[in-house]
Design a protein around this ligand. Structure first.
Ligand code: FES
Length: 68
């Protein structure tokens, strides 16, 4: 179990928000399409963009089953 934390400070999007957005969406073919979907739902990475790589890393971890 991973502790929840804020990933995107501009939009106050947490790790759990990203995980929930992914679990509520269909399966993704790749990290970038998952990112688009997560961004639509949570608006993460729409401010300064500084969290972009972090969001991608989290999405790919979740897709690889490393984090739930
Ligand atoms: S921290 Fe996510 S857009 Fe600025």
């Amino acid at each position: 179990m991973i502790e929840n934390y804020t990933v995107c400070h501009c939009e106050q999007v947490s790790f759990n928000d990203i995980a929930d957005a992914m679990h509520n969406s269909e399966k993704f073919d790749d990290v970038l399409s998952a990112f688009d979907s997560v961004q639509n739902i949570t608006h993460c990475s729409t401010g300064c963009g500084g969290c972009y790589q972090k969001v991608l890393d989290i999405i790919s971890d979740i897709m690889n089953g490393a984090a739930h």
